[in-house]
Design a protein around this ligand. Structure first.
Ligand SMILES: *Cc1c(COP(=O)(O)O)cnc(C)c1O
Length: 355
């Protein structure tokens, strides 16, 4: 039986994507070859790559606006350093809202001065700081749109004239934002877009070329842009699966349609967390809660063993909180159906009745 998969990443993808992928792994479009054994220079793969790059820009409303999309390797973690390598000449401003932001800060410090404009570290990252100013003379401002581990999300973007660099790994394509406000967006595929092994990078070309250092080819955005994301062998299968997921998203009505479903899913679960006396939201402050990753815990630890057995028996997977936080975390990415959230809510109610 297919599980209700609340895994934080790698995570659930649409069933039709798994099915199409399994066919293409055996025989891609009836050409007698697996998608994994064709040349990345073949017309078949060039079409896949171009389709994936175009769909990404289309979904974000960034076509013909000076942006290009790349599918790179090294995860979002590689982007922590690549962004600074390519953009940080003197100093950059960072908003520190969690583990991933902190790691991005650490890498950026290798390249220049980092101004942490605000941090919620003292409160174990349970909220998103709002009152801060971004100095006008920094090379860019970096933020994390969704804090996967703590379950908080940036609801509004700060006003600034400097390029905004954003790690959207865990909420890209889940909600509408004015994406043209960003200079650079990056996202590891495995949270909401595809399998692990590739990272989407969306870049406004005019923010490049402003640093004086020389950049190794593999870490240079311009090199990858000039080669249409094919400077070296791309992760062909990961790009193909991401493309299928982006096609699925289009069939579903795009980001706006997805945002409505995501709000319904999050509404259902958070309402239960707040209503059910056996549970509490224990990390994220209410106004900053993420619709993608909901962190919660039991109010009575003595029922933990029983509750854990119950959700596992209901076919739920991946509900344990991050090891640094504990408790539970329900990751409700695009491909997770509302029915799965209903199953979790039913288990929570059953736990309440039998506690
Ligand atoms: C998972 C995650 C990362 C790290 O991604 P990798 O692809 O494993 O490097 C970075 N940022 C955020 C917000 C994440 O959720």
């Amino acid at each position: 039986m297919k599980k209700h998969n609340f895994s934080p990443g790698p995570c659930i993808l649409p069933q039709q994507v798994f099915e199409k992928t399994s066919k293409a792994v055996l025989d891609y479009n009836g050409i007698g070859l697996s998608v994994m054994e064709i040349s990345h220079r073949s017309k078949e793969f060039i079409e896949i790559m171009e389709n994936a790059r175009t769909l990404a820009l289309e979904h974000l409303g960034l076509e013909n606006k000076g942006y290009k999309a790349l599918f790179l390797q090294g995860g979002a973690s590689m982007q922590f350093l690549m962004a600074s390598y390519n953009l940080l000449e003197k100093k950059a401003a960072y908003l520190n809202t969690g583990t991933w932001s902190s790691k991005a800060v650490k890498e950026a410090k290798l390249f220049g001065e980092v101004i942490e404009v605000a941090s919620s570290k003292d409160a174990n990252f349970n909220y998103i700081p709002k009152d801060y100013t971004i100095p006008p003379d920094v090379d860019y401002f970096h933020c994390t749109s969704n804090n996967t581990i703590f379950g908080t999300q940036l609801k509004t973007l700060p006003q600034t004239d400097v390029p905004v660099v954003c790690d959207m790994s865990s909420d890209i394509f889940s909600r509408n934002l004015d994406f043209s406000k960003f200079g650079l967006i990056y996202a590891g595929a495995q949270k909401n877009m595809g399998p692990s092994g590739t990272t989407l990078v969306v870049i406004k070309e005019d923010i490049l070329g402003k640093v004086s250092r020389s950049i190794p080819s593999m870490l240079d955005y311009k090199v990858h842009l000039d080669k249409d994301s094919m400077f070296n062998t791309p992760p062909v299968l990961a790009v193909y699966v991401s493309m299928l997921t982006l096609e699925w998203l289009k069939e579903k009505g795009g980001i706006s349609a997805m945002e409505k479903i995501n709000e319904a899913k999050a509404g259902l679960l958070y309402t239960e967390i707040d209503r059910n006396p056996l549970f509490k939201g224990f990390v994220a402050q209410k106004g900053d809660r993420s619709p993608m990753n909901a962190t919660f815990n039991l109010t009575d630890e003595s029922v933990k063993e029983k509750f854990d057995t119950m959700w596992k028996e209901a076919g739920i997977n991946g509900l344990n909180g991050h090891r640094s936080v504990g408790g539970y975390r329900a990751s409700m990415y695009n491909a997770l159906p509302l029915e799965s959230v209903q199953v979790l809510v039913d288990v929570m109610q059953e736990a309440e009745r039998t506690a």
